[in-house]
Design a protein around this ligand. Structure first.
Ligand code: NAD
Length: 504
């Protein structure tokens, strides 16, 4: 039986490698420091202790990495897909072999509870295995015959791509972007979030040991405005896959404009969970709680707005309040912990600022609304009731364990509140009326909708958002559409009439 003490002891062993060498870049098959030797510190949100030094990459390091990715591209793109598949499967196996190390380090680096990070590590392996198996079909196309031509389509990898990831579930998200890029035949420069660099480094080691050729996958650590910006501006990088805040996405689009970057954005959300009076209310309650208080609420698909029908609001909210007050906040390596500390002070300040905003806007703080006393960036799971749709707590992404509840009279009002957001990532609908579920889903402005369910990912289905929540879709074949160019080839099937200009 794993306990907090056992986890802490194991973690110490795993962190030794980083204490000795720090988190280095990996460029062209070699671990390396930044060219100017600069570093930054990474701390644990649990107690602010130093984890290790991290190489601080800048434009020069990005340039070397992008050129390595460019040189490695022809051979990797042309490698028999079955060979690429074998390497990606070995990476998946390597992740499984080090899943415990990944989960413990990720919890310590991000503050995410181990109960969720253990699953996230396994999901990382699943991402690699899924896209490995799709690699042999990546170039497949369609046959679209016309009267005079055999029209066929095929796909080719776009080239070296930049992948920029956030800190909320950094390991899983890195695999989610990198695995399809490699399966498609692209080479990669990855810039992980500066607040959580540790597991991206473990992933890189696994990939190297799996036999990935030098230059195919390069890792450059550093700050967004330095390494990240340089990556988005580099002329050898053909596309940027980015996961992070909406305003950063907008900056990246501007930065990439001169080099006409293709972009894929997975951005913020303020996702509604809409509970109608005819729903299975026990299941709706479980799902609503899970979708905001799991992963510290630092989850793009979190259901941060609960829209509840007035006729059932009072008993539902009473149950909700009791449950929220029972959620266990604690050390993220404790298997019993349900909420750990937020990632860092800047984010903690942002989340806690909404407690005063809620009060001054006139919402009721039914649970939480305070930081937890002591070390670390802990906040109490928080519930706002009596909120109206125009309040800031109903509109802005808080990205913490904070739920805003709004009541509605009927379906029309629910839809108008749900769609009255700049975001459009996910939506959750609870009703036993199938016609209403379909009607509401059709009209809800969200890229992903679950009916009578929490977010259950199915890797072949599309993932992504509308409005300020993103551009493009990941998952299944959609990932290949981004990392590849689709070509049309038309072959004459006979001697059709060609217009004869200039002929006398
Ligand atoms: P962020 O935008 O601050 O940072 C994300 C990454 O972008 C980091 O690696 C950062 O260094 C880099 N970056 C920052 N400025 C840059 C610039 N000018 N040029 C290039 N790169 C730059 O986001 P965050 O705070 O790390 O993550 C939280 C956000 O991510 C939330 O808004 C959340 O909703 C979103 N998110 C979305 C999804 C999704 O799938 N839609 C998934 C997870 C997280």
């Amino acid at each position: 039986m794993e306990t907090l003490a056992i986890h802490c002891e194991k973690l110490e062993g795993y962190l030794d490698q980083f204490r000795e060498r720090g988190v280095l870049h990996h460029i062209n098959g070699e671990n390396c420091k930044s060219f100017d030797n600069t570093v930054f510190d990474t701390h644990s949100p649990v107690d602010e202790s130093l984890i290790c030094k991290v190489a601080r990459g800048g434009a020069v390091d990005i340039d070397v990495a992008a050129k390595a990715a460019r040189s490695a591209f022809p051979a990797w793109g042309d490698m028999a897909a079955n060979e690429r598949k074998k390497i990606l499967i070995r990476i998946a196996d390597g992740i499984i072999a080090r899943a415990e190390e990944i989960a413990l380090c990720e919890s310590w680096d991000t503050g995410q509870p181990i109960r969720f990070m253990a699953k996230a590590a396994l999901r990382g392996a699943e991402n690699f295995r899924f896209f490995a198996n799709k690699a042999p079909g990546a170039r497949d196309g369609q046959t679209l015959p016309s009267a005079s031509l055999l029209n066929i389509t095929t796909r080719v990898p776009i080239g070296p791509v930049g992948i920029i990831t956030p800190w909320n579930t950094p390991f899983m998200l890195s695999t989610w972007k990198i695995a399809p890029a490699l399966a498609a035949g692209c080479t990669v420069v990855h810039k992980p979030a500066e607040f959580s660099p540790v597991t991206a480094r473990i992933l890189m080691d696994i990939a190297h040991e799996a036999g990935l050729p030098p230059g195919v996958w390069n890792l450059v650590n550093g700050y967004g405005e330095e390494a990240g910006k340089a990556l988005t501006e580099h002329p050898d990088i053909k596309a940027i896959a980015f996961v992070g805040e909406s305003r950063t996405g907008s900056m990246i689009m501007k930065q990439g404009a001169d080099t006409l970057k293709r972009v894929h954005f997975e951005l913020g959300g303020k996702n509604p969970v809409v509970v109608f009076e005819d729903a299975n209310l026990d299941r709706a309650l479980d799902a609503a709680i899970f979708m905001i208080y799991s992963l510290n609420g630092e989850r793009c698909t979190s259901a941060s707005r609960l829209l509840i029908q007035k006729s059932i609001a009072a008993p539902f909210l009473e149950q909700l309040e009791k449950r929220v007050k029972n959620i266990r906040v604690g050390h993220p390596l404790d298997p019993d912990t349900e909420i750990g500390p937020l990632i860092h002070k800047v984010h903690f300040d942002k989340v806690t600022s909404f407690f005063d905003i809620a009060k001054s806007d006139g919402a009721t703080i039914a649970a939480g609304g305070k930081a937890v006393e002591g070390n670390g960036w802990y906040v109490e799971p928080t519930l706002f009731t009596n909120a109206s749709p125009d309040m800031r707590v109903s509109r802005e992404e808080i990205f913490g364990p904070v739920l805003t509840t709004i009541t509605f009279e009927d379906e029309t009002e629910a839809l108008s509140i749900a769609n009255g957001s700049e975001y459009g990532l996910a939506g959750y609908i609870w009703t036993n009326d199938i016609t209403r579920a379909l009607r509401f889903s059709n009209n809800l402005e969200a890229g992903m909708i679950w009916v009578n369910s929490e977010n259950v990912r199915h890797l072949p289905s599309p993932f992504g958002g509308m409005k300020a929540s993103g551009i493009g879709r990941d998952g299944g074949d959609w990932s290949f559409d981004f990392y590849m160019e689709t070509k049309h080839i038309g072959i004459a099937t006979g001697e059709h009439n060609i217009p004869k200009l200039g002929k006398m």
